[in-house]
Design a protein around this ligand. Structure first.
Ligand code: COA
Length: 396
């Protein structure tokens, strides 16, 4: 075998390839800090637009994000209202582009449609005089419009024109349903968007940074990131989590069902994480958002509330049994619920079809990706690892 001085790190576990001021994942402690603030605090107090404002301008404050005080609703280097109105303008611009997308939105899979439609975008220029981060808003607005338009088209319905005066989450639900969402529903989706907006160097974020490190453009970086997120080991688990809950049906059947899946060598979706060695903190945040939503809807006494609280009870039972069974099998490695477990239940409660779950995740994460693209551009170096050749050598 040829000699190589390279260290072999398949999967790149534990290898740091970038410095970032955007988010910090502490896998041992189960902590996620986004732009200087714990995700638990962000998701309950700060609208998505304020978090986007922080991430998109993090580089402008000289990398000092970590020392900033906790973000308050109207706090941050950019007024969240400016981000809200830029995102609104971006949604309107993207809606006008829909007719130019050809067959991109006809793809049977939402992520495939998103990949194709985002790839159609030209490098966003922003409006004259608009700030640099407005380019990122252009792409984020487009993702929300393309995702919801895809879902409508699949249902044989026309796309709904955005309402730029609404918050991004509220308008996402409106564009999807064709009618306004209740404030508690918009708040729940907003909390979800905040919870998943950025997560260190996830595979998709890494993909975006690799593409950016070559000097390529932001549309290419986001297109690559969508491709990475499409895979079931990264972003594709919430749909299968619901399939699992459907198959289990009632809490009493959880243990037997999970045992037979494991015996058949299959993985339990929504469990385990490459970085976290405790429960994913985002699972807890989403569980709280779900409880709030259930209570709010429950106060109105609807049958939806009953269904959602039944689903939540089932999810909790399945999580408990899965944690126990995986603990027995992998005593040396904690396999706990990840973000996708409660994502599934929350998005379902909001009436989002399961085939749109990954695209809905994308609608939030694109903000993180574009912030990483900016950071990579400013600080990065061509990312070019090496490989260890284990093939045959020519005979001398
Ligand atoms: N169900 C059953 N077993 C699991 C498991 C799961 N969800 N996650 C990991 N394991 C097992 C593996 O089979 C492996 O067992 P082995 O050593 O006997 O072969 C061991 O735990 C270590 O798994 P590994 O593949 O090395 O972990 P990873 O860090 O590469 O995987 C995930 C992380 C997320 C890819 C993995 O936990 C997984 O596939 N989870 C389900 C998919 C999911 O929820 N994805 C969303 C992530 S946010």
């Amino acid at each position: 075998m040829p000699s190589s001085k390279a260290t072999l790190a398949i999967g790149l576990e534990g290898i740091a390839v970038a410095e970032t001021v955007l988010s910090h994942v502490d896998g041992a402690a189960g902590r996620l800090v986004v732009s200087g603030t714990d995700v638990e605090h962000l998701a309950s107090t700060v609208p998505f637009e304020a978090v986007a404002a922080r991430l998109w301008t993090a580089q402008d404050v000289g990398g000092a994000v970590r020392s900033l005080p906790p973000v308050e609703p109207a706090d941050g280097p950019v007024d969240p209202d400016a981000v809200r109105s830029e995102l609104g303008a971006a949604r309107r611009a993207a809606h006008a582009l829909l007719r130019t997308l050809g067959e991109a939105l006809d793809a049977p899979d939402a992520m495939e449609a998103l990949r194709a439609s985002v790839a159609h975008l030209s490098e966003p220029q922003g409006r004259p005089g608009s700030p640099a981060w407005a380019r990122n808003a252009r792409i984020a607005g487009a993702v929300a419009v393309f995702a919801t338009a895809w879902a409508r088209r699949r249902g044989g319905l026309p796309a709904v024109a955005p309402d730029p005066s609404l918050g991004h989450a509220a308008d996402y639900l409106r564009m999807l349903r064709g009618g306004p969402a209740g404030p508690e529903e918009a708040n729940a989706l907003d909390a979800y968007f905040v919870t998943v907006v950025d997560h260190g160097l996830s595979a998709s974020t890494f993909a975006a940074r690799v593409v950016t490190s070559t000097g390529s453009d932001v549309v290419s970086a986001v297109t690559a990131a969508i491709g990475a997120l499409k895979g079931p080991l990264h972003g594709g688990a919430p749909g299968p989590v619901l399939d699992m809950l459907d198959a289990i049906g009632v809490p009493d059947r959880a243990r037997a069902w999970l045992s037979s899946e494991l015996a058949a060598g299959r993985r339990i979706m929504g469990m385990g994480h490459r970085v976290y060695r405790v429960r994913d903190p985002r699972a807890a945040v989403l569980e709280v958002a779900l409880r709030r939503l259930t209570e709010a809807v429950g106060l109105r006494g609807s049958s939806d509330a009953e269904r959602t609280s039944g689903r939540l009870a089932l999810a909790r039972a399945v999580e408990r049994e899965a944690t126990a069974l995986l603990g027995e099998r992998h005593a040396d490695r904690a396999l706990r619920a990840n973000v996708e477990f409660y994502t599934a239940v929350l998005l379902e409660a909001l009436g989002i079809p399961r085939e749109l779950f990954s695209a809905t995740f994308t609608a939030a994460r694109v903000v993180g990706w574009t912030a990483h693209v900016d950071e990579e551009r400013r600080k990065g170096r061509l990312i070019r690892p090496t490989s260890v050749y284990v093939g045959p050598m020519p005979t001398p």
